[in-house]
Structures are given as C-alpha cells and as structure tokens.
Design a protein around this ligand. Sequence first.
Ligand code: ADP
Ligand code: 5SP
Length: 452
Amino acid sequence: MVEAETGEIVDSGRASHPDGTECPPEAWWEALQEAGKGLLDRAEAVAVAGQQHGMVVLDANDQVVRPALLWNDTRSAPQAERLTAEHGGPEAWAGDTGLVLAASFTATKLAWLAENEPENAAKTVSVMLPHDWLTMKLRGATAADATTDRSDASGTGYWSPATGGYVRDRLVQAFGRDLALPRVAAPNEVVGRTASGAAVAPGTGDNAGAALGLGLGPGDVAVSLGTSGTVFGVSDVPAADASGLVAGFSDATGRFLPLVCTLNAARVLDTFRTLLGVTHEEFDALALAAEPGAGGLTLLPYLDGERTPKRPNATGVINGLTTGATREDLARAAVEGMLSAQADGLAAMAAQGLTAKRVLLIGGASASEAVRRIAPSVFGVDVEVPPSAEYVALGAAKQAAWALSGAQTPPQWKTGDTARLTGDAATPGSFRNIVEQYASLRDETSSWAAHQ
Ligand SMILES: Nc1ncnc2c1ncn2[C@@H]1O[C@H](COP(=O)(O)OP(=O)(O)O)[C@@H](O)[C@H]1O
Ligand SMILES: O=C(CO)[C@@H](O)[C@H](O)COP(=O)(O)O
C-alpha cells in the first residue's frame, strides 16, 4: 500500500501460495485475502500484477475447471511445435501475435487441454490469466464482464500487439473452438469496485508491472532474477522476432515490452547453494573466492528445461570438471553460468534494436553480492541495482494510482538511489573467456538428443 501522490510505501502484506507448475486459482485468492488483510479495506484503488501466461479455464457457471497450468509448465511443448508447423511456421506466428510459440504461452496450454483432457475441455467456456481471474474476483464480477490488460493479452498467443485485437483464428486453431475472453481494458481505466468501494484498475502481467514500477525509460533494460530470468525494456514499436528469442509483449502504459524469459535463474543458485550446504552469504563468499572462469568449470544452467533457447527437455551441464575442482569453483560456475544465460538475453534484445545503455538488476537473486560483483563483467555493461523492493507490486500500485487520478500519464514517483556497479577492468580477458566458453558449451549441446 502506497501514497498515491508520492509512491511512498505506507504498509505491506505477504502470503505464500503453493509451489509447482500448476495451481488451483483458489489458492491465489486465499493468499490475496491473507496478504491484503488490513490493507484492501483501507485502499482507495487497487490493481493486481501477476505471473503471465497461466491458463485459468472456467465452466458455464464460472467455476474453475482444473488447476491452472502455469508459465513454467513445459508439458505443452509438443503442442507448441504442432501449432507452429500448422500455421506457417515461426514467421507467421511472430507476424500474427508477436510470439513464436513455446510451452509457456497460453495457446499451447489450451491445445494440451483439448488433446489430453477432453472432458475438461468440453466443460470449458472461458479462459483468462491469473491476474484477470483475481481482478474479476476483487470486483465480484463474472467471466462475461471480466477484463484483462494489453500486457497479459500479449502473452497468450491469440492477441496481436500490432493491431491491439484478439486473433480468434489462433485461439480456434489451438483449442478447436472459440472461447469467451476477457475484454482488454485501457491502461488507466477503472474497471470496477471492490466490496469496500475501492476503484479497481485493469492490473497487468508481472514484468509489465516491474517496468511500470521501475519507470523504465529509453536505453534502460531490466534484468530480473527471480524464478524466471527476464530481460526486458520499453519500446514504442512492437517486436516480432521470428527467432523466438524475444517475445513481443505489450507494456502497461500503451507501449511495448520486448522480453526474453529463461526458466532458470535464482533457483540455479538455490540448487548449488543447497548442494554445497551453505547460506546465501556463505555461497557468495565461496563464489567470490574463486578466480574468474571458475577454474575451467562452465555451467549450462538449463536445470528445469529451457524456454530461451527453446530446449524444453534440456538438463544442466557442467563442463571442465577435474579432480582439482573446488567448492569455490562450483559456486562461481553457478553464478557465471546463470548470468551468461541472461547475457544471451541482452544480446537478443540488442538484435531487436534495444541495446542496453544501463542494466537495472532486480528480483530475489539481485540481493546476492556475488551476482552484483560478477554481472557487469559478464554483461559487458554497467549495472545499477535499485533499492530492494517488490517492483511488480509497486507497478500495480502505480497503475491503481494512475486510474484513480484520471491523468493521461502514470504518476512519476521517485525511486531511491541506485547502486552503480562497474565491470572488472583488471581482468577483462578472463571475462571474455567465460562468455566464449559458455557460448561453446551452449552451441555444442544443441545437437544432443536430450537438448532437442
Ligand atoms: N541473497 C540472495 N542471494 C541469492 N538468491 C536469493 C537471495 N535472496 C533471495 N534469493 C532468491 O530469490 C528467489 C526469489 O526471488 P523473487 O524475485 O521473489 O522470485 P519470484 O518472483 O519468482 O518468486 C528465490 O529463489 C530466493 O532463493
Ligand atoms: O513467463 C514469464 C514471462 O514471459 C515469467 O516472467 C512469469 O511471468 C513469472 O515469473 P516469476 O515471477 O515466477 O519469476
């Protein structure tokens, strides 16, 4: 909860919901009630920012048909391939929807449902995303008058950022028939009221929320290291990258949000930290005690399969392991590998015309000292770390304040001082080697059957 005028945080709440790649939406509603206790009834305006892409399917009575399949569920990878081939390949999809289909996107999940759970598919009359469903619940509305926003619509695979309209043919191709979809609200619209009378803004996807919360400007690229690693910037033109590396999303202000998303980020560090049996701080100390290049160890960090590049069945690979390897090397290899995957994202963004003049590092793993110290050299650009905050939630709050104000543009809130980090000028060669070794391992493994 923030002051609408200044963005100053006055109160906050937090609640967890289940882990995993599918989730009953009711668990989010319970978590929202718990986190919002003592806040929601004091609010003048509210908005929800949530994970993108998750498939929430409802029956004719607006009851949830099955647990939502989330953005990181890869079971619909075969459907992504099939739908892509059936409709003109990657170029056609990028042209129609701004996306080359990967298992994350909602259209592929609908195709999986139609193929694998015909009884559930038969019951389904409407589909929406996690933030749409929570917004509907907050308003006490029905699926018939549910709303979404441009950013979340742009992650479905059946909406066009270029035209601003649904592409019903792609939905029908995926699911086999048409479905009711939420109306795409204007970025600053009041779409309803909560039970206690607060104005409800349209809400947004998590990355668009973070972009709004950070107030990203030209030349800014955010790298968010949460469960997912996301690299994104704000643009005046929609992206349509037929290579599939950059997703052509929309943002929460009426502009566009080209974005690269990897499935493996903070949890890569969690995994190695757990294997080494150390705390976050001890892990950082280990990683920083090793030399750049981790004694020749290179980690390809696709532990949970990967979305960018598209390798849904991939696993992690450690190259260069010898009897001389140390715990320090292992910790450093985890940090360097995870950051190198994000550096691939920065390169893909640059190829779409969004070259980072500064990188803003956010998300849980941006708290890591090792990540902060190593990132500028691996990225090859100075990195700024804004004050630690929940930028997704701040973006939702800014949208709510915007809707309340009735103004043309979002409020300009000050973010606190950022910490500026520069690369290791003393050993630039070692860092070039890290990036080159990583690229070799990435490219060599692309021919492995398990990485197809
Ligand atoms: N000091 C730290 N060093 C490294 N990772 C951290 C640190 N603090 C938190 N994390 C990691 O950040 C992740 C959570 O980040 P967050 O941005 O909240 O992710 P998400 O939005 O996906 O839930 C967890 O994997 C957690 O272990
Ligand atoms: O799929 C994407 C973006 O395309 C992810 O950004 C999800 O929207 C959620 O990520 P986490 O917040 O769980 O890291």
